[in-house]
Design a protein around this ligand. Sequence first.
Ligand code: SF4
Ligand code: SF3
Length: 541
Amino acid sequence: MFCYQCQETLRNTGCTVRGVCGKPDSTSALMDLLIDTLKGVAVLEEQAAARRGIDRKTGLFLMQSLFMTITNANFDEARLVAQIEEALIIQRRLRDELQDGGPWPACATWQGGPDAFAARAAEVGVLAEADEDLRSLQQTVIYGLKGIGAYADHAALLGYEDDAVYGHMVKALAQLTRPLSLDALLALVLETGRSAVEAMALLDRANSEVYGAEEITRVAIGVRGNPGILVSGHDLRDLEDLLEETAGTGVDVYTHGEMLPAHYRPFFKKYPHLAGNYGGAWWKQDKEFASFNGPILMTTNCIIPVRDAYRDRIFTTGTTGYPGVPHIPDRQPGGRKDFSAIVTLARTLPPPAEIEQGEIVGGFGHPQVLALADRVVEAVRSGAIRRFVVMAGCDGRMKDRAYFTEVAQALPPDTIILTAGCAKYRYNKLALGEINGIPRVLDAGQCNDSYSLAVIALKLKEAFALEDVNDLPISFDIAWYEQKAVAVLLALLYLGFRNIRLGPTLPGFLSPAVARVLGETYGLRKTTTVAEDVPAIVAGA
Ligand code: SF4
Ligand code: SF3
């Protein structure tokens, strides 16, 4: 195997025997094979779409399939094989539709079955491209597409789809089957950034129209005395179905990890049994799931290798999966998922053990911050706020991520931290105070809500009548782990944000030459030390 898609890749160069995340060699091969097969679907769909427009079902299939290959999303090989077989069926259907489609690339001609799987798997994969710079840019596109796939899937589940997002997915995957120059690939990377903006904007609209825009909310982090269900991941529709299923049963529902921001949306406040948030970021789940005592529902990434302490009470749904863990099937059109097995189990189990007490504050999406715009602009003009520091992204288990907590603590009291994603757990429980009644940590929501932070910056640019968003007193100190963060990064670059610090390492998939080009063109750089970075951030360097 060879995989270097996440921040924890071995020695920041690549996992070659087994993933640091626990992904076995055989699963990695199936993921490579699935991506290869999706490229075949895209080549055929691109031609068919030229005649009849994009087929949304095929577009959504591509999105969901790529979502399954994100770090810590799906470890279930049977599901990956089923997805490959489905892709081969779609290929056959498209070939029948096209008939005169001419010669197809290999990714659109190989046939399924175990022997064919093994033979084809040996030919595809990241290292199939020998040139490290071409490989670097090709994979940057793929990883950006994975993040887009995740966000577009969430939007589609709420009934929001965008043909332009599907169109870019099809075009980009098809393009990757062709010999492209470095310049052409760089252009495709930026186009993928544009598509990431569109996908995040779509999801922002979907979430806000269906569940209400985020508003300032205090969320309890202690526990009540009833049995509970813990719901993790990013899928708000799953949370809605679970809250409906548990209403009046005496079972409470707690959010975990990236589900925390659901509390900020007005729709979910009507459920009195949505009890609070339990625990922190994904990587502590081995301990937090053990002490929770009740069932756990994983709706998306990040699931880590399942421990015995909670093996008999964890469930997956949607694009996520784990071998031996019960998987709750998709809802029928117009219906709800059937979570009754989880509720029945919850009633037999003890309530969660308390691991902390108190509250956290969040809900600073763009509508909420813009509602405070007068106060914010005045605080900047008066000098009460010297600088905004965007510290969005992912958390992870590596010790050097303490950097992000220490930066939050070391930033002077006249700075505001804008955050989104599970990176927030590094500092959202610290007592960092307020500036003129505005909390110093403003949490916009999930990682996709990094879009909100970009909107806030662009609106502030207007408020201060600036030509260039980089003239704002705003700096970026981003933490990344998986491929949604890659989509967010490409979106920020596309929107024109410069001098982003990225850590705790630059992606291993950026070759030295590609990293140099991104550094020279966009000012993208690696985080260094707290002592070096904090003064530079405050000075706007
Ligand atoms: Fe390694 Fe990350 Fe790939 Fe897992 S997802 S195999 S940790 S690079
Ligand atoms: Fe976290 Fe996995 Fe990326 Fe949505 S839950 S941000 S790492």
